[in-house]
Design a protein around this ligand. Structure first.
Ligand code: CO8
Length: 262
């Protein structure tokens, strides 16, 4: 499917490929307007439904992953318009429906809605050039797509308050120290590193990959006792899969597992 503001491609040598989505509106620093978000939602769902895809990498272009929601598009909204069109949930929450892992590969600015989209991914790999921030307060609003919720869960209240209240940016080193990103790499290694991580995931058993993602997400949505019970059930369930038998037999017979994937 052709997109105006995205480039999509498939990568990897194994039976399951990685779907790469690149935000491509560089003149506006990949500012996220309705069309970008509709296209992003469509691309995410298309890869999620494609049985040849095992993992998704989302990245930006040039100087920005994304510099936020499109301020020019939003500036004349009023309260009634925002409420009636429900413009946030219409196209900003699609990533939550994706069952396969999504890795955000961030170079340059990830600000406002851009930082929020990165945080919607399952984990973030950052280039040394990455800068994260929630500068909404500097344009008279607050984060609207999870910045006040996912950021404190990732970095704790002190840093989240600091960023949300002052609008200051966090560089890649601070983001890694704070736990916002899983790894920091040289800028020219960002895509290779993210695609290699995705390829590793593509080589694993898809049932355990998807249930692992669900289990970790449960940690943010439920009390510990419920999360532990959920994890235990998923653990039990995986003993009903061929991949469990294959994975354990391969370990014990010292060979590489041949997961069925689907
Ligand atoms: N929206 C629209 N246009 C943008 C945005 C943006 N968020 N960010 C950059 N641009 C445009 C600039 O206007 C400029 O356009 P032009 O060339 O036509 O003047 C072009 O991109 C290049 O930008 P700069 O000249 O400013 O480039 P610099 O290198 O000097 O600065 C920065 C780069 C630091 C990224 C700077 O552009 C900046 O501060 N951008 C705005 C960051 C910001 O405030 N983001 C938060 C926006 S609000 C938000 O995200 C709310 C999220 C709510 C989500 C749910 C609601 C839908």
């Amino acid at each position: 499917m052709p997109y105006e503001y995205l480039l999509t491609s498939e990568h990897g040598e194994g039976p399951l490929k990685t779907g790469l989505i690149q935000l491509n509106r560089p003149k506006q620093m990949n500012a996220l307007n309705d069309q970008v978000m509709d296209e992003l939602g469509a691309a995410l769902l298309a890869f999620d439904e494609d049985e040849n895809i095992g993992c998704i990498v989302l990245t930006g272009t040039g100087k920005a992953f994304a510099a936020g929601a499109d301020i020019a598009a939003m500036k004349d909204y009023d309260f009634m318009h925002a409420c009636k069109t429900n413009f946030i949930s219409r196209n900003w929450e699609t990533m939550r429906q994706v069952r396969k892992p999504v890795i955000a590969a961030v170079a340059g600015y990830a600000l406002g809605g851009g930082s929020e989209v990165a945080m919607m991914a399952d984990f973030i790999i950052a280039a040394e050039t990455a800068k994260f921030g929630q500068p909404e307060i500097t344009v008279g609003i607050v984060p609207g797509a999870g910045g006040t919720q996912r950021l404190p869960r990732a970095v704790g209240k002190a840093k989240a308050m600091d960023m949300v209240l002052t609008g200051r940016m966090m560089d890649a080193a601070e983001a890694e120290r704070a736990g916002l990103v899983s790894r920091v790499v040289a800028a020219d290694q960002l895509l290779p590193e993210a695609l290699a991580a995705a390829d590793t995931i593509c080589g694993l058993g898809m049932p355990s990959v998807m249930l692992a993602k669900e289990c970790v997400n449960r940690a943010f949505e439920s009390p510990l006792s419920d999360g532990l019970a959920y994890e235990r059930r998923m653990f039990h369930a995986l003993f009903g899969t061929e991949d469990q038998r294959e994975g354990m037999d391969a370990f014990l017979t010292k060979r590489t597992p041949q997961f069925k994937h689907r």
